[in-house]
Design a protein around this ligand. Structure first.
Ligand SMILES: Nc1ncnc2c1ncn2[C@@H]1O[C@H](COP(=O)(O)OP(=O)(O)O)[C@@H](O)[C@H]1O
Ligand SMILES: [Mg+2]
Ligand SMILES: [Zn+2]
Length: 332
């Protein structure tokens, strides 16, 4: 998966902090118990000492440590039983001092073989959501707060569905896209006038996909183009690393959401950059583009190649209705 190195570093730092905190809590428990029940400290010392003594002597003699360890098992068993009984009779749970890993899949390493374990992914999602929240309202713009009431239910006729019916389809498609996001997902094009909920649904999708552990980048088209421009023109200077990592995350994240395509100045640099992004990401990475343009305008404005990529590889979701920003102002 296309994790962003900067976000992953932050996630790992939090992950290690929590692990450290758990270890300290465990040590604290042990101190408490040893102070109250000294016999338990004795038992623990014996248990540790015998096991390491047997392994050391087997290593010295070059023999298999397993038979003597098995013999010892019996004795240790009764020590462990005594320890558990002492704990319980003093009001602790029998496993109060057991060091259980927080995650049994990865034993708190954060990695399940070569893959990032689900437990570390959760830390990644949290850091990523903090990052996404700089630009999107992940807290209140969710599938559950998206309301169809803002879309007219009576502006349809025999040939054309009402805005509400049309938007219900868009909503369902967006929700299903988010909830089933994965390697087999396609790409989406949100097209429609300003104020119809394109950014709202983008935020809703970003949240769900991020919570699933995928890497998600959201940005406006004009900002993305200016990042590519900075990279192109600053290659030799000190900002190279930053610009390069911006480009890397735009190109490699699992889901890229490009908002407000069409509001930027169309230059030949913009045309070729958009083609580069769309085309490169078609090999396995998913993209959502939001635009005020009519899909028919994309060819003339950018290039026939981009238009044909979008036509072939994107599901086009047209948005309908009246500017909700204005409607909300009028109702106040
Ligand atoms: N379905 C909806 N339910 C409630 N509020 C909405 C809905 N769609 C949009 N809004 C609100 O209307 C405003 C414009 O929506 P936005 O998603 O920014 O539109 P767009 O990106 O299409 O221009 C925002 O304040 C948003 O919270
Ligand atoms: Mg918008
Ligand atoms: Zn794990």
């Amino acid at each position: 998966m296309g994790y962003d190195a900067k976000i992953m570093r932050r996630a790992r730092a939090r992950f290690e902090d929590d692990k450290q905190r758990r270890a300290e809590m465990c040590a604290e428990r042990r101190r408490t118990v040893y102070a109250r029940i000294p016999r338990i400290e004795e038992i623990d010392t014996t248990l540790r000492a015998t096991v390491s003594r047997i392994i050391a002597s087997a290593l010295r003699r070059g023999t298999d440590p397993r038979p003597p360890l098995a013999a010892l098992e019996q004795e240790n068993l009764s020590l462990r039983r005594e320890k558990a009984e002492l704990l319980v009779s003093n009001g602790f749970s029998a496993d109060f001092l057991d060091e259980k890993p927080n995650c049994r899949v990865c034993n708190d390493s954060g990695y399940d073989g070569q893959y990032v374990c689900r437990c570390l992914q959760e830390y990644y999602s949290r850091e990523q959501n903090a990052e996404l929240s700089h630009m999107l309202d992940l807290g209140t713009q969710t599938f559950d707060t998206f309301s169809l009431d803002w879309y007219d239910a009576h502006d349809g006729d025999g040939n054309k569905p009402s805005s509400r019916e049309a938007m219900q389809k868009v909503y369902r498609a967006a929700r299903e896209y988010a909830e089933t996001f994965g390697p087999d997902s396609g790409n989406l094009l949100f097209s429609g006038e300003p104020g119809l909920g394109k950014t709202f649904l983008s935020a809703s999708i970003a949240r769900v996909v991020s919570d699933e552990g995928f890497s998600v980048v959201y940005d406006t088209a004009s900002h993305i183009f200016s990042q590519f421009e900075a990279y192109k023109f600053n290659r030799e200077n000190e900002y190279e690393d930053d610009a390069q990592s911006d480009i890397h995350r735009i190109m490699n994240c699992d889901l890229l959401i490009i908002d407000d395509l069409g509001t930027e100045m169309t230059t030949s640099f913009v045309q070729s950059t958009l083609y580069q992004i769309v085309n490169t990401r078609l090999s396995g990475k998913k993209t959502i583009i939001s635009t005020n343009l009519d899909p028919k305008e994309i060819g003339p404005r950018y290039s026939p190649q981009i238009a044909s990529r979008i036509e072939g590889e994107y599901r086009i979701l047209p948005f309908f209705g009246k500017d909700i920003r204005q409607l909300k102002r009028q109702r106040r």
